[in-house]
Design a binder for this molecule. Structure first.
Ligand SMILES: [Zn+2]
Length: 149
């Protein structure tokens, strides 16, 4: 990856893209992944790991079924992150003569999923169903264009 121009450094490094020429669609697809889908993928992993032990290849297939193109270079670091966070435990089994790592949610992982579910429900209610208690976030006396308190 080539270096970002300094003025964009903060922005670009946060979403981890470079500034090389790409079609707008390719950039927005990557942006979507970095900005939002990473969280969806983590939640999806956690959801399945609460239900049963999972392993990398089947999890990639499951994510692909849902339209997420997640390769091993993305999945395994995420599994490792979740393990480091204390949300997953890992154990190794020999399957067909090969070692396979299984990941299972911990109690903390299950709790994190429950908390995320509550947030998800609220998000789906508003963003998907457009079910908002107030027509605008500005309707509580804030003036447009100003950062009210
Ligand atoms: Zn699934």
């Amino acid at each position: 990856m080539r270096a970002c121009r300094p003025i964009l450094d903060g922005v670009l490094s946060r979403v981890n893209i470079d500034s090389s020429d790409r079609s707008p669609n390719a950039v927005s697809g990557e942006l979507l992944t970095k900005m939002f889908f990473g969280g969806f993928v983590r939640l999806h992993i956690l959801y399945h790991a609460v239900k049963e032990p999972i392993f990398g290849v089947e999890m990639m297939e499951e994510l692909a079924r849902h339209g997420y193109d997640v390769g091993p270079g993305t999945l395994y670091p995420i599994l490792h992150q979740l393990e480091e966070a204390g949300y997953l435990t890992v154990h190794t089994e020999v399957v067909g003569g090969k070692q396979r790592k299984y990941y299972r949610a911990t109690a903390e992982g299950a709790q994190a999923l429950e908390e995320a579910k509550a947030k998800l429900r609220e998000l789906v209610k508003e963003v998907v169903h457009d079910d908002t208690p107030t027509p605008s976030i500005r309707s509580k006396g804030r003036k447009p264009g100003r950062e009210g308190r």
